[in-house]
Design a protein around this ligand. Structure first.
Ligand code: KIV
Length: 271
């Protein structure tokens, strides 16, 4: 049975929540053990080759969400509202509905108290919202650890409480000091999902390409690599190229032939 937003909320303090990003059907099918598949706008970097998430469009996110939905996974599907898609209440609702129609069960958006009203109206329209605090890739000038100074920490803790009151069902904390993560997680009733924010979150999220070791442009300190897939892919491609050049591929077992009598008939045609 498919996971629901309620299932995820109930997991707080009982069982760690696992989240992986997903952008396509094949990979999502292989990730069905994850509680949540996040169709993240990190797609801009790992799928579309951009330098950041700032060029990702609604059309991109709709297409990736459709692909993930087609995996027919039991995981909850949450899709990022991309930059410039939730500038006001009307656009936030219209674009959230588009993502839900494409197959998302919930949407995620970045920001603290400045997006509280947007979160409230999207939630009131019947669409569950995941918040995102700490490092905000859609607006960040550079990627750096958040809440190192006490005044930044106070602001972040306040933002987390405001988001909770606005009705988010969970909050991603990106690159937040583990001390502040612990305080936020203790002080709000909705689950926190960490990325580079230590072990005290209620769950963890990783970009699938980082986790599998197949994204080489950036290697964040916080992303544990469970495979070195880029090396495996390069080796496999090298073997394929060598086999074709050496005429070792395709072999008999990869080849289709005509029946002998049909071949004889063809030969008589003198073509
Ligand atoms: O876009 C994304 O993949 C994300 C995660 C890093 C949380 O927002």
């Amino acid at each position: 049975m498919s996971k629901t937003v309620n299932d995820i909320m109930q997991m707080k303090s009982k069982e760690k929540i696992t989240v992986l990003t997903g952008y396509d059907s094949t990979m999502t099918t292989l990730c069905d053990k994850a509680d949540v598949i996040l169709v993240g706008d990190s797609a801009g970097m790992v799928m579309l080759g951009y330098d950041s998430t700032k060029d990702v469009t609604m059309d991109d996110m709709v297409r990736f969400t459709t692909a993930v939905k087609n995996a027919k996974t039991d995981s909850l599907i949450v899709t990022d509202l991309p930059i410039n898609s939730y500038e006001n209440e009307d656009s936030a609702i219209t674009n959230s509905k588009r993502l839900i129609l494409a197959g998302a069960h919930a949407v995620k958006l970045e920001g603290g108290k400045e997006v509280a009203d947007i979160i409230r109206v999207v939630k009131d329209s019947g669409i569950p919202v995941m918040g995102h605090l700490g490092l905000l890739p859609q607006t960040a000038e550079k990627y750096s650890v958040q809440a190192k100074k006490s005044e930044d920490a106070v602001r972040l803790i306040e933002d987390a409480k405001i988001l909770e009151q606005s009705g988010v069902f969970s909050i991603v904390l990106e690159m937040v000091t583990s001390d502040v993560t612990k305080i936020i997680t203790k002080n709000i009733t909705v689950p926190t999902i960490g990325i580079g924010s230590g072990k005290d979150c209620d769950g963890q999220v990783l970009v699938i390409h980082d986790m599998l070791g197949m994204f080489e442009k950036i290697k964040p300190k916080f992303a544990k690599r469970y495979l070195n897939l880029s090396e495996e892919i390069r080796n496999a491609v090298g073997s394929y190229v060598k086999d074709v050049k050496d005429e070792q591929f395709p072999g008999e077992e990869h080849t289709f032939s005509m029946e002998k009598d049909e071949l004889e008939k063809l030969e008589k045609e003198n073509v």
